[in-house]
Design a protein around this ligand. Structure first.
Ligand code: FAD
Ligand code: MG
Length: 352
């Protein structure tokens, strides 16, 4: 009797064990199925934008939400949208605090911090100069020195006061704000945060050369970013840099510029002289932990020029630089040299 009872129990146990093994195998197969790549691109903030995300069914929706977030930031921070916070600030009476969205207060206060760090080489108050040169508008002319002197009046990040608690910003002079050199980096960070919250396993956010990577790349150990050859069509690279997370942003003279009397005038302006900065440079790529830092510093270090930029990064070990000069030299900072692979015979390469 006792044996009869024990026999079916052991069969039941065996059946249960087989079931568990079957469930575990299904789970394992499911886990091992590689995540699918979802890609969406578009034209936002006046530039080409692409979001690539590895994930399941929700990835496409998550990317769409990323684009919505980008448009939300554009509506707040564009100089050309009359209802934006920045347009409101630029038309308000000087010395009158303007209520803005907390995101705008955050980006403006970060911009002031980068202006302080770079000694004003990056300066978000260059708006009048940007309007004067109007580079990228299609009908550019070289301004007179009087016009440049007038546009420089009031420029200076110290004339901007942010009350972060109340989200209020005050212009002390009639300066114009322009977040063109920092807002895309901020937006890339915000999109990555959103994709991570949506359980996306890994991906790349590219906002016109402001690139953020995150999570696991199922194809290789790290993410490989191409560094544009400034003398050749888009997609030709002077080299690549491999990173497991973080941001890579490039500021260059080769996309927004015009030529007058054989001289090339580009859109990265020196807040001191009022003229396009560092004619000896073609591009500066910054590798950093966040998009906002890489964006602000790629512009600021371009303005500082070759020697000062390398002095600057000596004190910021988390930041790497790849500078390309007009005389075809590629200078890579020592901290990221191990991650850089050259891809062209047209340049001289050096590590500094
Ligand atoms: P970066 O080097 O990162 O930035 C250069 C830009 O920053 C210049 O174009 C100028 O605006 C500003 N700048 C120049 N010198 C300095 C300096 N020393 N310090 C700080 N800032 C400086 N472009 C359009 O054509 N149409 C649009 O509708 C449009 N909307 C935009 C909306 C938003 C919210 C933003 C952020 C940008 C928008 N742009 C638009 C601008 C466009 O995408 C620019 O080309 C871009 O911002 C320049 O970025 P970059 O990475 O090429 O160069
Ligand atoms: Mg920038």
């Amino acid at each position: 009797m006792a044996r009869r009872i024990r026999f079916p129990r052991s069969r039941a146990l065996a059946a249960a064990a087989i079931l568990v093994v079957a469930i575990l195998s299904v789970a394992l197969v499911y886990r091992q199925r590689p995540p699918v790549l979802h890609v969406q691109s578009g034209f936002e903030m006046g530039t080409f934008v692409e979001i690539r995300a590895y994930g399941g069914k929700n990835a496409a929706d998550a990317i769409s939400r990323g684009f919505e977030r980008l448009r939300e930031i554009e509506r707040l921070m564009s100089t050309s949208i009359p209802e934006s916070d920045i347009a409101k600030l630029n038309t308000a009476q000087p010395r009158t605090p303007v209520q803005v969205h907390p995101d705008t207060a955050h980006v403006v206060s970060s911009a002031i911090a980068y202006a302080q760090k770079t000694g004003g080489a990056f300066d978000p108050t260059v708006g009048k100069l940007v309007e004067l040169w109007a580079i990228g508008s299609g009908n550019e002319t070289v301004p007179t020195s009087d016009e440049i002197r007038d546009a420089l009046l009031g420029v200076g990040y110290e004339n901007l006061v942010v009350d972060s608690k109340q989200s209020r910003i005050t212009r002390l002079t009639d300066l114009r704000l322009d977040l063109g050199a920092i807002a895309k980096g901020y937006a890339s960070d915000e999109i990555v945060e959103l994709l991570v919250a949506e359980n996306i396993s890994g991906g790349v956010v590219d906002l016109g050369g402001n690139i953020r990577v995150f999570g696991r790349n199922p194809l290789r150990k790290q993410w490989r970013i191409g560094i544009q050859d400034p003398f050749r069509p888009r997609g030709s690279y002077i080299g690549t840099v491999d990173i497991s997370s973080g941001a890579v942003a490039t500021s260059g003279d080769y996309e927004r510029y015009f030529v007058a009397d054989g001289v090339r005038y580009h859109h990265i302006l020196d807040p001191e002289s009022g003229y396009p900065a560092s004619p000896q440079l073609k591009s500066v790529t910054v590798v950093a932990e966040t998009g906002i830092e890489a964006d602000a510093l790629s512009t600021g270090l371009f303005v500082l020029g070759l020697d000062e930029m390398f002095d600057f990064i000596e004190n910021v070990p988390s930041v790497g630089v790849i500078a390309i000069t007009a005389d075809r030299r590629v200078i890579v900072s020592s901290g990221i040299a191990h991650a850089f692979v050259k891809a062209s015979e047209d340049f001289e390469y050096e590590i500094r």
